[in-house]
Design a protein around this ligand. Structure first.
Ligand SMILES: Cc1cc2nc3c(=O)[nH]c(=O)nc-3n(C[C@H](O)[C@H](O)[C@H](O)COP(=O)(O)O)c2cc1C
Length: 476
């Protein structure tokens, strides 16, 4: 009832705002800015909004843009401008508010309409736009942000920045801003290595501008390769987030974490397989929480129907053997968390063709044991992560079985959970877990920490906090 009333009120206020904007011949967005500016300047300013308490370090992806960190994305006129469109999405999925500005040359590559539609806000292009300059829009745009990202930063745009030009909206904003600036250069390797560009890059670095990339690789031009490719949108978004988020909310910064999640599918023939009911939700939630804590996360996922967590490198696999190969390829790591429900057995001889029904009845399916990924990594002589965490999904004798598993596998911690059908854990959103920590000698009774029923996101947050604590100790 209360939320209905709030929704109604929200609609009425939005309608009034649209009417007021239309009456004044302004966009809704400009109208909001003026209202907020007037409110800020009024002698009897409105009381500050109530403090919000958040349990997760990430910003909500929805809600008023004003409460979220704001990024102004300046798109330069290079071939990589199309990647800036993906960057808008990557920044938004991290809960950042994105406003786009395009240079004239950028509009030869992508349209302001597309950038505006993706950002949910008009894209600014013109220094002499009467609509936004009625209140010195370029100064407002330069200040009304928490970070300016320039991507792609062309050689020309960087030259103008280094020289302090301000003959278009993008350069005027860059000259007028007192906010951090992150630049993602993108150009042909010859342009990048040219002495003029070298000088400009050095000058910008001295001026306090941060850089991400460029990377080495193939160029858009045929037969051209070298350093000059724009950093990938995920890398740029991660760099932007690192600037925006205070270090204390990134206790796992600089740590590499490897996580497995989901079931495995073990083929019987090309169309059938052995599987289990794991949804992958818990492992994905841990990956998201670890990335939010600043870790560099590789998530090796069996077949699941989940969105990839932002800022996480995801490797998709099918079978237990694929998963082990992907895990080995992802090492070394500081922490490995094995949350996947790996099939214990596979069919010894999977059919090359679909197995047909015959009069002689069901064909015998001989099973062989799959590799034990947790035990393999726990017992590595070289490259063993300093913290190896397994999961024990049990339907009976939870603590007893989990303790036996901890000893058998040689891992450091076991997260034990009851997955009996009555618990609703498999595929559900909640989990009740016990964290078993191996005794120092690896043989004695483990310490057991029993957590209350929590959402899988909260379990992930709590586990990541424990990991950060432990890694902080080993760091000391
Ligand atoms: C097809 C094409 C692709 C281009 N790609 C790049 C590029 O990747 N990097 C670059 O620095 N300049 C590139 N240029 C040159 C820029 O478009 C030109 O220097 C422009 O003035 C840059 O404008 P800006 O300062 O608004 O970014 C390209 C030009 C063309 C015609």
């Amino acid at each position: 009832m209360a939320s209905l009333t709030v929704r109604k009120l929200d609609e009425v206020l939005k309608d009034r705002l649209r009417l007021r904007a239309a009456r004044n011949g302004r966009s809704v967005e400009d109208e909001v800015r003026i209202i907020l500016r007037d409110a800020a300047e009024a002698p009897t300013a409105a009381p500050p909004p109530p403090a919000t308490t958040t349990t997760t370090p990430r910003w909500p992806q929805t809600g008023p843009a004003i409460t979220r960190p704001r990024v102004t994305l300046i798109i330069g006129g290079g071939i990589a401008a199309y990647k800036a469109l993906d960057l808008i999405r990557r920044l938004k999925e991290r809960g950042l508010h994105v406003r786009c500005v395009m240079t004239r040359a950028a509009q030869q590559f992508v349209t302001p309409l597309t950038a505006g539609a993706l950002a949910d806000e008009r894209c600014y292009t013109d220094l002499f736009d009467p609509q936004s300059e009625f209140d010195a829009g370029h100064i407002r745009l330069a200040r009304d942000t928490d970070l300016i990202v320039v991507a792609p930063a062309t050689a020309d745009l960087m030259a103008k920045m280094a020289q302090g030009h301000a003959d278009d909206l993008a350069t005027a904003i860059l000259l007028a801003t007192n906010r951090p600036v992150l630049v993602a250069p993108a150009m042909n390797p010859a342009m990048w290595s040219n002495a003029a560009t070298r000088r400009n890059v050095a000058q910008l670095a001295r001026d306090g501008v941060a850089f991400v990339g460029p990377n080495a690789g193939e160029m858009a031009e045929a037969n051209e390769a070298g350093v000059g490719r724009m950093a990938e949108p995920v890398e740029i978004a991660t760099a932007a987030e690192a600037i925006l988020r205070p270090p204390q909310s990134r206790p796992l910064a600089g740590r590499r974490i490897l996580i497995t999640a989901g079931p495995t599918h073990e083929p019987i023939d090309p169309v059938r397989y052995i599987a289990n009911r794991s949804s992958g939700k818990q492992g994905f939630a841990i990956a998201a929480a670890a990335a939010a804590a600043g870790a560099e996360v590789t998530l090796i996922a069996g077949p699941v129907d989940l969105d990839e967590p932002p800022g996480v490198h995801v490797v998709h696999v099918e079978s237990a053997r694929d998963m082990l190969a992907a895990v080995e390829a992802a090492l070394p790591a500081d922490v490995a968390i094995f949350a996947a429900a790996v099939a214990d057995w596979r069919v010894a001889q999977a059919g090359a063709q679909k197995i047909k029904k015959t009069a002689s009845g069901m064909p015998p399916l001989a099973l062989v044991e799959n590799p034990d990924i947790l035990a393999t990594v726990s017992r590595l002589a070289e490259n063993r992560p300093s913290l190896v965490i397994g999961f024990a999904a049990e339907t009976e004798n939870l603590i007893g079985n989990a303790t036996a598993k901890l000893h058998r596998k040689g891992c450091d911690w076991i997260v034990a959970n009851d997955v009996s059908p009555a618990s609703g854990v498999m595929g559900g959103d909640r989990n009740t877990v016990h964290l078993l920590t191996a005794a120092r000698d690896g043989k004695g009774d483990p310490a057991i920490d029993s957590w209350p029923v929590m959402t899988k996101d909260d379990v992930a947050g709590a586990l990541v906090a424990k990991i950060a604590e432990r890694m902080g100790q080993t760091n000391a």
